[in-house]
Design a protein. Structure first.
Length: 255
């Protein structure tokens, strides 16, 4: 079980029928412009560390230039997917500028925070096997206190609010990291790349951890069935718009 699955079923924008379509019926999802737009900064920052750009440059301008060149590489790789949604030339230009700005925001935060870990965890899948939970960690590195790791989840959306779905995801990241490493003093935070502010890290309280686990167990209990009738639509039918549904799929039951 993952935070994505929990939020798909019971999150603020979740729906049991959407969970069924995605994870039980395994319907093909319709293309979304947000997939390539989100992938570009994620890939850029992933390979910034894998290529060790963060260790190669002492001069700000050299680091910035190299990082933006890496961004442009992934922009060129994904721009064809973006163009399938027929943006106007002005819209495409704005998307490129916004994507580039996310990387610059990240760079300024990175330099401001004074990173203390030259070999951080990057894009790691981490398991809490006792709870049968898994997560994908974007970045985990030492803080100014060597024994305290800061775990970041990059967010490329337009909002910088800490929604319950985001909080649940971060707490599950914390739980998985605890079981993987044995640490109980690490902290988690969302890094909203469209904003210049640094992430706000915190250690989840016992009540927050219990809440997250209860959400996981609630979804696990209610998703054992493979019968579509056990997955009512609670979103007014919007979930159907996310999938390519054929008449023979048996997933076109009215909400």
């Amino acid at each position: 079980m993952s935070a994505t699955k929990v939020n798909t079923y019971a999150g603020a924008f979740g729906c049991p029928r959407k969970f069924f379509n995605q994870y039980i019926a395994k319907l093909k999802q319709k293309p979304s412009i947000y997939f390539p737009i989100g992938n570009i900064p994620h890939k850029t920052l992933e390979y910034c560390f894998k290529l060790k750009l963060h260790n190669k440059f002492e001069d700000y301008s050299d680091f910035r230039k190299s990082l933006l060149n890496l961004h442009d590489k992934y922009w060129k790789q994904y721009v064809f997917e973006i163009e399938r949604f027929n943006p106007t030339p002005d819209q495409l230009t704005d998307m490129y500028k916004e994507s580039k700005e996310m990387i610059i925001n990240w760079l300024h935060t990175y330099l401001r925070e004074e990173q203390y870990d030259l070999i951080p965890w990057i894009e790691q899948t981490v398991w809490a096997r006792k709870l049968k939970l898994m997560c994908r960690i974007d970045h985990a590195g030492k803080s100014e206190i060597p024994s305290v790791f800061h775990i970041k989840d990059y967010k490329s959306g337009r909002s910088n609010k800490m929604y319950p779905d985001t909080k649940l995801q971060l707490i599950i990241n914390w739980i998985c990291y605890r079981e993987e490493t044995g640490s109980t003093i690490h902290k988690v935070g969302a890094h909203y790349l469209r904003y210049p502010e640094s992430p706000k890290f915190w250690t989840p309280t016992k009540d927050e951890i219990d809440w997250a686990i209860s959400q996981v167990e609630f979804v696990r209990k209610n998703t054992r069935s493979t019968d579509i009738n056990d997955y009512p639509c609670t979103c007014g039918g919007k979930c159907q718009d996310d999938f390519i549904i054929n008449k023979n799929d048996g997933c076109t039951t009215t909400p």
